[in-house]
Ligand binder design. Structure first.
Ligand SMILES: *[C@@H]1O[C@H](CO)[C@@H](O)[C@H](O)[C@H]1NC(C)=O
Length: 511
């Protein structure tokens, strides 16, 4: 650990003390010198650098016309006529992962989580805050286009089966850019609900810096939520089933998104109608369902933590149940408590699912830090079957997960590309793995890219900040390009990490 010469035992004691004692969130601390003194000794990772890179990654995922301020220079313009198949403008937005499809469902979730990161920890981001807001705006500008027509949302551009049959740079893309939408006859309450949540959360991010943009986002969020709730149905069981499945098929139904979206609308508008919506619908929307996997599909755990804030900090007693549900979620993660039910790898990584596991590590770490914040500010703790768990314990678990991700693991491998001495070299990402358009301007057609896909050479373009799916349950990581479950990055893996890293960079005095 670092070069302090401290014994590991002493260092971890200090970390625990630090995490337990800290209750300040961007507010001036009472003992600034003491804090910094301790921080310099115990921080073994450069969380500030990781934060910068985690945001930079989003520039590599951009679709559309790149601005002059683009820092990820190996990328170029792409998808400039997206939407033309339906006579609408759908230029912009993000590619979700290593392919060139624009999937509305994960894009909206990414936007919600980036916004939540800024809402909770933006005050700690300093010079990174403008970059984080730009990353959000790249998505919200697109979501505004996708929701411009009432009771209609364009939820996908590109045919995933056709796209996946090619290995080509987004700049060369020549597969059909079919446009898919939901409307009154083809509902999709999970994607509509998540889009409403994203717009509402983002409206809070821009409230002070750009009030008119914020108002537009919020009024759109309200309209989209009304559509999601009025025309109920799942986009993955209706007419779009063969389009969105098996890619971003919703397995958890749309109830979780309706609850989550209503929670965000309540937070953003403070209107009593959303409060009563949550109150009267919570049970039939599955609020007390036992599920602790938080990701692009299932929003229950996130909704609980979000709504617990209203009880803990705004004293809305109707929401007390959400504190209990949040406690249940947290208790399932803490080794040794009676209701503990999670799996960790031998190296200490929270292991939820075999595919893209790090998305659950980043989302869970974010929820732990956010809940710790609410608990600390309200002077409350978590009850786990008789044991009292304090905010500091939640923070130290989150820190340990981030430290694993950044390289404190049996392979000494950083799972963030471009961070640390050893990181994935062959990520499953078309743009990163093929020569840049700046170096090789002539087209690389659809099928010839597969040569690169199956080669052992490292990716020529470093997709700085990308966090990949991560190791398996034995802490192993083959670093093979065709192994997408472990080697593919995704925007929703990074989004919750942005807030988490801001907190750690702040608390360790790096920012
Ligand atoms: C990881 O780093 C530690 C400490 O420097 C070292 O002892 C160990 O051999 C390394 N493991 C691998 C797989 O490189």
């Amino acid at each position: 650990m670092g070069s302090s010469g401290f014994s590991p035992v002493l260092s971890s004691t200090l970390i625990t003390l630090l995490l337990v004692c800290s209750t300040s969130y961007g507010a001036p601390t009472h003992h600034p010198n003491k804090r910094i003194h301790i921080h310099h000794r115990v921080s073994s990772h450069n969380y500030k650098e990781a934060l910068t890179k985690s945001i930079l990654f989003f520039e590599g995922q951009r679709s559309g016309k790149l601005p002059r301020t683009q820092r990820m220079k190996w990328r170029g313009n792409s998808g400039l006529s997206d939407g033309s198949a339906a006579n609408v403008n759908l230029v912009g937005g993000y590619y979700d992962a290593g392919d060139n499809v624009k999937f509305g469902f994960p894009m909206a979730f990414t936007t919600t989580m980036l916004s939540w990161s800024v809402i909770e920890f933006g005050g700690m981001m300093k010079g990174e805050l403008p970059h984080a807001k730009q990353a959000i705006r790249w998505a919200t500008d697109y979501l505004l286009k996708a929701t411009a027509k009432p009771d209609t949302i364009y939820v996908q551009v590109g045919d995933a089966n056709r796209d996946h049959a090619c290995w080509e740079r987004p700049e060369d893309m020549d597969t059909t850019r079919t446009v898919y939408k939901i409307d009154r006859n083809t509902p999709g309450s999970e994607v509509a609900g998540e889009t409403a949540a994203a717009l509402a959360a983002a409206s809070m991010v821009f409230r002070k810096s750009n009030p008119s943009y914020s108002k537009l986002l919020l009024s759109r969020a309200m309209r989209v939520f009304h559509f999601a709730d009025t025309y109920r149905g799942s986009y993955s069981s209706g007419g779009l089933r063969n389009v969105v499945c098996p890619f971003y098929c919703s397995f958890s139904g749309y109830q979780d998104e309706l609850l989550w979206a209503a929670g965000w609308l309540h937070k953003a508008t403070k209107l009593p109608s959303y409060l009563s919506y949550v109150k009267s619908n919570a049970r039939n929307l599955g609020a007390d369902e036992y599920d602790n996997i938080f990701g692009w599909d299932n929003k229950h755990a996130g909704a609980r933590i979000l709504l617990s804030r209203s009880f803990l900090l705004s004293k809305i007693s109707d929401f007390e149940d959400f504190k209990d549900h949040s406690d249940n979620f947290v208790c399932s993660i803490i080794p040794g408590v009676p209701s503990y039910s999670s799996q960790y790898t031998p190296g200490g990584l929270l292991f939820k699912l075999k595919e893209y596991n790090l998305q659950y590590v980043t989302s869970t770490s974010f929820l732990l830090l956010t809940y710790a914040k609410y608990l600390a500010l309200s002077g409350k703790s978590v009850e786990c079957g008789g044991s009292v768990i304090r905010a500091g314990k939640l923070r130290s678990i989150a820190k340990r997960q981030v430290d694993y991700l950044l390289g404190e693991n049996p392979l000494n491998m950083s799972y963030m590309v471009g961070y640390g001495k050893k990181y994935p070299q062959r990520i499953h990402h078309r743009g990163s793995s093929l020569p840049s358009v700046r170096v090789h301007p002539s087209r690389i057609p659809c099928s010839s890219g597969f040569q690169m896909m199956y080669s052992q050479s490292p990716n020529p373009n470093v997709l700085v900040g990308a966090v990949v799916g991560g190791p398996d349950q034995g802490d192993r990581f083959p670093d093979q390009r065709n192994d997408y479950d472990h080697s593919e990055p995704a925007t929703y893996i990074n989004a919750p990490l942005v807030g988490t890293l801001a907190y750690l960079a702040h608390i360790f005095g790096q920012i």
